[in-house]
Design a protein around this ligand. Sequence first.
Ligand code: HEM
Length: 449
Amino acid sequence: MNTNGNRVPPGPKGLPLVGMALDLRRDPLEGMRRMVRDYGDIVHFQVMGQDRILLNHPDLINQVLVIQQAKFHKSELTRRITGRMLGQGLLISEGDFWRRQRRLVQPAFHRSRMAEYGATMRDLAQAHMRGWRDGEERNVGQEMMGLTLNIAVRTLFGTSLPGEAHEVGQAMTFLMRYSLRRQRLPFRMPEKWPTPNNRRANRELEFIASIVYRIISERMAEGNSNHTDLLALLMGAMDEDGSQMTPQQLHDEAMTLFIAGHETTAQMLSWTWFALSGNRSAERKLHEELSSVLGGRSPEAGDFPRLPYLRAVMNEILRLYPPAYILARETVQPCQIGGYELKLGSTVILSQWITHRDARYFDDPETFRPERWLDGLADRLPAGAYFPFGAGPRRCVGEGFALLEAAIVTATLAQRFSFRLVPGYPVVAEPLVTLRPRQGIQMTLHARS
Ligand code: HEM
């Protein structure tokens, strides 16, 4: 692990062979928290014979994501978990290829496009709740997934998905559970073995890929020249030598943005309704702000700076329920972190779930309290203490889009409905690829007069 005087960061020994695998399988979030509680801000542990270093100090996190970022790549672990779905898309590609692809998609997220996106987001949010009735129960997990999928497909790909949103959500849930379960097996089971799970995973992957391919082929048939959306940028992309992206690359990028573009924001919105249902005073303040600033009209992208309480609610949701709750990196050069020498190929783990609930940076950290963000907390926090969208060059390319979407959807729906958790419904955070409510969140809708 180290090259310097045999020093290895402190950490639990775990069981022979499996190391901490069983502990982390039982409850990964609590398991990681216990490690930092017991061993401090830099913890060494093993899973199935592989070394991992968990970092929980803002300075160390900032070293990995920003200051020494060139010495790290996305980890093999990340590639194994997401690679089958996302191929070599932006989320996991590296080096010059990543740089070129990032430059390519960036214009689709430019500030100048936000007013147009905001209007589409609002229209789709309004259309989505048209079928909702006062007093009925709905699973807001599914509802938010359907809505954010429609928004991503309409804004980024210029089309719509009649009736498939629900199936996409179910396929994603299965694939995330499947990918994580595979990583926890004591041996690498070939994906080609015809086990029921492998077969289902192939079917679900093909189903999602078929949607992405259909979107691409519709655009090819229609012609790209009248469009300026993300798909148009991807399809029009030329290499310096004049060749276009290969169909596989186009598929990987489109698939990455299709998935990254809706899943995380759906989770953020679901947690928002859950948290507001449990904190009536925050909900009341949000309603008051919406009615005093918007006076009953629909929200627009330009309203966002005048809705500080809404922004505080969003910050607080991303603190307590960060959809991306863990990041992993691997050293591609030896480096020094926290006084320890990390050898080539070491896996480093950072967790928003843990750091965002650290009492050194957030008072009363387990409590949902949007007010904490109203007096400039964001500016006072040290770099690396709050990183729901990551940091450094690999920071989320869709951050502005996601924040706008969460703001527009929250403002649009909250003006018309309050959501109340169905008593006794079990809401448990399930750490899959993203942090999701295990069985969604069953809520009663109350129309606001
Ligand atoms: C609340 C919503 C979102 C959260 C919490 C989130 C979080 C993140 C985080 C933490 C990363 C960095 C990963 C790492 O450093 O390893 C990331 C990267 C990325 N996100 Fe997001 N994201 C959200 C929404 C979106 C949206 C809406 C899109 C696209 C429309 C998107 C597309 C991407 C892409 C393509 C990357 C990879 C960027 C790169 O490596 O250059 N994300 N996201």
